[in-house]
Design a protein around this ligand. Sequence first.
Ligand code: TRP
Length: 452
Amino acid sequence: MPESRCMQGIWSSPWLFILAASGSAVGLGNIWKFPYMVGENGGGAFLFVYLLCLLLVGLPVLIAEVALGRSVRSNPIDTINDLHERHIVTKGWVFVPYLAGLAGFLILSFYSVIAGWALAFFERSLKGVFKGVTKDETQGIFSTLVGTPTEMLAWHSVFVLLVILCVGQSVTRGLAMLVKILLPVLIVMLFGLSIYSSIVGDFDKTVSFLFSWNWNQITPDVVLAAVGHAFFSLSIGMGGMFAYAAYMSKHMSIARACTIVVGVDTLVAILAGLVVLPLVFSLNIDVDTGPSLTFVSLPVAFGRLPGGLFVGAIFFLLLILAALTSAISMLELFVSWLHERFYVSRLKAAFGLGVGVWLLGFISLLSLNEWKDIHIFGFIIFDFLDKFTSLILLPMIALLLSVLVALRIPRNMLENELITRNPKHFKWWYNVLKFCSIPIMVVITVGGWIGV
Ligand code: TRP
């Protein structure tokens, strides 16, 4: 166990872990991805399955990941190596955390391209470009951006550089402090915007779209999309959350901390849906438009709102910061491992990985324009990376992690970690993980391989 990590690292207040974990969870996934995923997958049907997935799979797996991280207090790679040396797991398990690091790396490559869109829209808000714009104009602004690789590359580079500089510093206090201010402001702002949207937009249609469904809308594709998004949105996959858990105080209840993180993440996603969808319906934008949905609909509202240009600039700034606190957690696994194992400075490790992320991101942003004819399994590279990570890699890693925790790790080791006051809660969690989450994930993982 690395001495320095424990001594400097333990979050001095229980809230600091919750803040860092929420910072990882709340990001582009909530504000950019959730509204268009709901739109693409039939509204209420998706929301219903998504909420169910959070409860039956997301939360139990998150608790498993955090419990494992806190019990060993080391980075995931050394943790599994250590379990292997103690003959608790076989050699094959040692590869799982590398897969997790790879997932973070792959996700960050396209995530930073989208964060680049937010940077570009931030700049345009400051310049007043959105004043009085129509839907067609914002669509034009968005397509021009996506069709201009040089501009996207510039913003993508800025974002990757920011991530390198942040991960290069130590992960602890600064991040939690940022999230402490960021999250409440973001939530209040989304709340205010959702009220505005409900007044100027089509609120009735949004409510019936979001909160009613037909059973026959719940298709395997919808379920797969919902589970994949639950993992994505909660940052599950053994990377960042595991690493943050290693810094968590022993006295904190893991179940409570994780429940709060899931609650905050879901609140932000639903608020984002309530902001974006009423505008989409009133502007007659196709609800299944896909990734451009948030970027096309919101600026129209900002352009009309009194003081909206300022509100828009603040909104995109918050979105960039939320993306940054998530992006940091994607690189944390490999950076902390390189630092602790090979004594590479954090900055050097972050820089090396950042260059790889930058290159892969460059390729995926080219696939949106110059290279849009290159397809992998029928998808452009950008979509392929998104689908491959959310629908295959994350569910697979989460499954392996859950099997490890539920079936390999000695029960008493977990009990020590998890039983704080109420042993019943432990039993509940253990049984749900074993008999509900794992079977669901087996089906999903197999389905993901077949479906993609
Ligand atoms: N949860 C983040 C979001 O919603 C994305 C994210 C951060 C993530 N870390 C991750 C996704 C690790 C998968 C794995 O934007």
